[in-house]
Design a protein around this ligand. Structure first.
Ligand code: NAG
Ligand code: NAG
Ligand code: NAG
Ligand code: NAG
Length: 391
């Protein structure tokens, strides 16, 4: 059979191609012509169907798996990831992370101490407000003295409040996603953790200052930046108050995480470095204890962070605040100052009110900020600042 086939192919050599046998005439002789036509038809139809289905699959995958497509395109054709693109802060402060997700993301920190890129450390000014910032023009003046790579601003206000800063303002679009915060309640500490969490997303933020709408700066930007950046300690006020408003607020249910002699009190208004800020957002040990066992008349914002940080990192705390407050009138709230109070003598009195330690040395510059100031204080403050406050 085989030799017969070989023979017949040999016989079918076409004169135009002497070296390549053309099998068609021989096959045609073996198979009926009709059959060849049917086979060819089937082949062409099969080819057509597979081409059509290939196109159909491409079309369907674009239609139904659309999010997959751009991702693949991105990962295949995007420029290779650079360290700059990984550490660059987002220009947009809005995000869709809830608190759990935000605090998790913010708690990520590098274990290699040296940064392999140019990092200019910044001060994060975090404003915890109810609504508007009536002293904003005064702060604008203060920030004129600071190069923009030295600071960033974050505002946490009531979610119902819509800020209306103009694009030229340093406060424009600096509002973070927020939730209502009640004085003396855990929601207040949650707002502070939310501010820290958002500010930590920027790798350049190194110092974190908590302020309210009633706070003012007492020094120019140069002095504030120098004072914070040269300090070996963070300014979290923390002390052991033996009275009813101190140890008297302690609940034994906090044991063993917090014992009575570890219980601390301090001002809500702090300035801490990045390491302490990460400890605060990452805390899952003390948080449930304070949430459950420090409720009014225990004002949690006066105890949670001072106690927690004194237990964890006591050697990094200056144990004093940088924000001057007048408690001399007594009561639960400090004095508020308005238009009539703001004189040169008044501001000088604040500046020279105390001596304190700074890097274990006795100094007379103890306060960088002060509270509480009413909206009516704005005008005299703007007037006196160049002469008395240096900006
Ligand atoms: C945030 O979302 C995650 C995932 O849906 C959920 O597990 C977590 O409980 C949420 N956290 C809060 C505070 O709502
Ligand atoms: C504290 O800071 C000073 C300079 O600001 C520095 O000379 C000193 O070594 C620091 N001390 C500690 C314990 O880091
Ligand atoms: C702050 O207080 C803690 C103990 O509560 C102490 O270890 C630390 O040295 C104090 N800081 C300064 C600067 O004295
Ligand atoms: C900032 O204030 C300090 C002290 O008040 C002063 O010596 C310095 O010149 C001021 N700097 C600027 C840039 O105004």
């Amino acid at each position: 059979m085989q030799s017969r086939l070989m023979g017949s192919i040999e016989e079918g050599k076409s004169p135009s191609s002497p070296f390549r046998p053309n099998p068609t005439p021989a096959l045609a002789r073996l198979l009926p012509l009709r059959l060849v036509q049917v086979i060819l038809m089937c082949f062409i139809m099969g080819l057509g169907i597979s081409l059509i289905s290939l196109h159909a699959m491409k079309f369907l995958s674009m239609k139904y798996f659309a999010p997959v497509e751009p991702f693949i395109i991105q990962s295949c054709y995007q420029d290779a990831l650079s360290i700059e693109s990984l550490v660059r802060p987002s220009a947009e402060l809005s995000h869709s992370m809830n608190d759990t997700e935000l605090l998790w993301r913010a708690s990520i920190h590098p274990r290699v101490k040296e940064y392999p890129f140019k990092r200019v450390p910044k001060v994060a000014f975090m404003f915890l407000t109810k609504g508007p910032l009536p002293l904003a023009p005064f702060w604008e003046k203060f920030f004129e003295g600071g190069p923009s790579e030295h600071y960033s601003i974050y505002i946490h206000s009531h979610p119902a409040y819509v800020a209306n800063f103009t694009p030229s303002s340093v406060f424009y679009k600096r509002q973070i996603p927020s939730r209502p915060a009640d004085w003396g309640r855990m929601s207040m500490c949650e707002a502070e953790r939310r501010l820290l969490g958002n500010a930590l997303l920027d790798f350049s933020n190194e110092w974190f200052v908590l302020l309210s709408e009633a706070c003012i700066p007492l020094q120019n930007f140069t002095v504030v930046y120098f004072y914070l950046s040269r300090s070996n300690y963070s300014f979290m006020s923390s002390y052991d108050d033996l009275g009813p408003c101190g140890r008297g607020r302690y609940d034994r249910n906090m044991e063993p995480e917090v014992t009575l002699d570890q219980w601390r009190k301090g001002s809500q208004w702090f300035e801490i470095n990045r390491r302490l800020a990460i400890n605060i957002v990452a805390d899952v040990t003390f948080y449930p204890k304070f949430r459950d066992f420090c409720v009014p008349a225990c004002y949690v914002d006066e105890h949670y962070f001072p106690t927690m940080l004194t237990i964890q990192l006591p050697h990094l705390l200056a144990n004093r605040t940088l924000t001057w407050t007048d408690w001399s009138r007594g009561g639960a709230h400090p004095a508020t100052f308005g238009k009539e109070d703001i004189t040169e003598e008044f501001l000088k009195k604040i500046l020279e009110s105390e001596t304190c330690t700074y890097n274990d040395q006795q100094v007379s510059l103890c306060f960088l900020f002060a509270r509480k100031f009413a909206p009516s204080a704005l005008e005299p403050l703007l007037e006196l600042a160049p002469k008395v406050l240096g900006f």
